[in-house]
Design a protein around this ligand. Structure first.
Ligand code: ADP
Ligand code: MG
Length: 623
């Protein structure tokens, strides 16, 4: 290979770095463009004022419609979080609405309890049920999960109609109205204010949550388990939390609905309505919280319109065909606007200016192991894929403060080796010891938390999240804010420190000029560097980089080498896979060479360059 004939010493690369021309006068940061953050706040204030005035000017029929839109919007909001954010499609939400509605109906009619007690009972019962169902079904993937939700949705709604104590198919009537102290909320208008106050409150809490540490973790779920776990995030727990949150929102809706219509029966909680709730979330825009309200409104109005117009347009046609008309409209809609209404319209709104995170106190750092001590020890590790042995009895050590390269032709087993180090794959044989502890059998998440951070050969970024948020993901295990703290924006200090740190890291890797750009808009080379910033945000002891320089231009490679050198100077240890020999030879302290799954050489760069077996492996493997 020609790159072997380029003798590049570390000093040469270093002098090249020094001569990298400084970038020309920086263009104005993009964040200074856009309208003031005050504008969307004014928009929200105007919407609240309009809603407050609505019952004074609207007819009672319209206020009733708005009440139901609000009630539906709560369920759709849960589905936006569950499906749009978390990527889990549930057809069973109507069953949760039903459990809560029946719970409060039963308690308030059979035991004359206060509706507020009914609320507590409904939330507790639905929450527990969701916890159980979630624990059972959430390990299923993709459409199996959806089928699971359909199955328990159907069986629960079937129960409503068959349990004697719940009034069979007649349901339960004469449910008392909600009262606030001495004030009864029996009428349409008082319920309007209660419902929309609840909707507003839930929107606010959800928005806070999404902007917090746990919300970021929720947005990682769609990137796959390997990504979440490699960041030290417990993907299953976050899924379960999302599932319970969505069920609790459905429960709130069921409680309100029961005391609004003062009557419950099995029909609204079956599979059909379960699908309608999903349609609401999709039509509004499954990724946007406000889409829940828009989707609920569109479906409610559409159903009304079909009911009103169908008999006029098709006189004599059987009423069941209304469902077909409704479905046709839905399909037409999906063809026109796949992402939903809110994202489609939001594109025409001006961007809102965002403030670059101001400097703040640094987050706690780990104590790095003593330079020169053995940090990682790979001992006789083997991994098979069916009949193929991808890694065959490989052993090597890495000492703290070293940069070690793993090289070898394509298919040599380097990425598999990295997956074994980070726990993404389990070895069939052998041990990996990190910082004195055997990690071979520990879950990936635990290994990440122990101090190994990685990047991926096939990048795993969240393309719709900003650069800043992508980097913040890396800091997940270093932060404490849980769900409640996130929803109520407690722990603002911690968040500010994390954001300041993420900003510093973006600057350090050369992406500091556009923290609010979406990661997906970056060129490939920059995306690789962004993954390194994310890994650094974990404050690791060992950085594992799979082909970090692939797709980088020469200047960018030099900058990357300089970055890795400065990290080494801070006692960080690095193991990397790289094909660019000039890069490897100039940067690394030691090189491990693999071919066909086995280690064929190990040593100083100069020795490796002259090793006959290595040259042969490369000429035979790549040429
Ligand atoms: P490298 O990173 O050195 O190019 P890999 O570790 O990606 O090599 O692959 C080593 C060998 O293992 C290849 O032959 C590859 O096809 C195979 N391999 C890797 N991952 C899997 C997998 N998940 N299932 C089956 N075979 C795999
Ligand atoms: Mg690879």
């Amino acid at each position: 290979m020609s790159s072997f004939s380029i003798p590049t010493t570390r000093e040469e690369v270093a002098s090249n770095v020094a001569s990298v021309p400084q970038s020309p006068a920086p263009s104005p940061p993009r964040e200074s463009i856009g309208v003031s953050p005050l504008v969307p706040r004014l928009g929200v204030a105007a919407a609240v004022a309009l809603l407050a005035l609505a019952p004074l000017v609207l007819q009672s029929f319209t206020v009733t419609l708005l009440n139901y839109i609000g009630v539906y919007a709560l369920v759709a909001l849960g589905l936006v979080l569950l499906t749009g954010i978390g990527g889990m499609v549930s057809f069973g939400q109507a069953a949760f609405v039903g459990v809560a509605a029946y719970a409060t109906a039963w308690l308030t009619t059979r035991h004359a309890a206060s509706p507020w007690l009914g609320l507590a009972f409904a939330l507790a019962l639905t929450g527990l049920l969701a916890l159980m169902l979630g624990a059972l079904t959430l390990r299923l993937k993709g459409h199996f999960l959806s089928l699971g939700t359909l199955a328990w949705g159907l069986s629960i709604s079937f129960l409503f109609g068959t349990v004697d104590g719940l009034g069979n198919f007649n349901g339960i009537s004469q449910i008392p109205p909600i009262s606030l102290g001495p004030v009864s909320l029996a009428g349409t208008v008082p319920m309007f204010y209660l419902i929309w106050a609840v909707v507003g409150f839930c929107l606010l809490l959800s928005a806070n949550l999404l902007g917090s540490r746990m919300g970021r973790a929720m947005r990682v779920l769609r990137g796959g388990n390997i990504l979440a776990e490699s960041l030290g995030i417990d993907a299953f727990r976050i899924r379960l939390a999302l599932f319970v949150i969505a069920a609790l929102l459905a429960a709130l809706s069921g409680w309100l609905e029961a005391h609004l219509s003062r009557y419950v029966s099995p029909t609204p909680y079956g599979a059909g309505p379960g699908i309608e709730y999903l349609m609401m979330a999709i039509i509004g825009g499954a990724g946007s919280l406000f889409g829940a309200v828009v989707g609920a409104a569109v479906i409610a109005l559409l159903k009304n319109a079909v009911q009103d117009w169908f008999p006029v347009l098709f006189p004599g046609a059987p009423g069941q065909l209304q469902v077909v008309a409704f479905a046709t409209l839905f399909i037409l809609f999906l063809q026109r606007s796949r992402d939903g209404l809110v994202p489609a319209f939001a594109r025409f709104l001006p961007a809102v200016r965002r403030e670059i995170p101001p400097p703040a106190a640094a987050l706690e750092r780990r104590v790095q192991p003593a330079r020169g001590s053995v940090l990682l020890s790979v001992d006789g590790v083997q991994r098979r894929f069916g009949g193929l042995v991808a890694v065959k009895d490989v052993s090597f050590d890495v000492r703290a403060g070293e940069i070690v390269a793993l090289i070898g032709p394509n298919g040599a087993g380097k990425s598999t080796m990295f997956n074994l180090l980070t726990g993404a794959l389990k070895a069939n044989k052998g041990r990996v010891v990190f910082a004195g502890e055997e990690i071979s059998s520990r879950p990936q998440r635990a290994i990440a938390r122990a101090g190994i951070a990685r990047t991926f050969q096939h990048l795993k970024l969240r393309p719709h999240m900003t650069l800043l948020d992508n980097v913040l993901l890396g800091a997940h295990p270093r932060l404490q804010a849980g769900l409640v703290a996130g929803a109520l924006t407690l722990r603002r200090g911690e968040e500010a420190r994390a954001r300041a740190e993420a900003m510093r890291l973006l600057e350090r890797v050369g992406l500091g000029d556009r923290p609010f750009e979406r990661a997906g808009n970056l060129p490939l080379g920059n995306q690789r560097v962004l993954e390194i910033a994310r890994a650094l945000a974990a404050d690791p002891a060992l950085l594992v980089l799979d082909e970090p320089a692939a797709g980088l231009r020469r200047q960018e490679k030099l900058a990357l080498a300089a970055l890795l050198r400065s990290l080494r100077a801070e006692n960080l240890t690095v193991v990397l896979v790289e094909h660019d020999m000039e890069f490897v030879m100039g940067l690394c302290d030691r090189i491990v060479v693999m071919d066909f799954g086995s280690k064929i050489a190990e040593g100083l760069p100069a020795a490796i360059r002259n090793d006959a077996r290595v040259q042969e492996a490369y000429l035979g493997g790549v040429a």
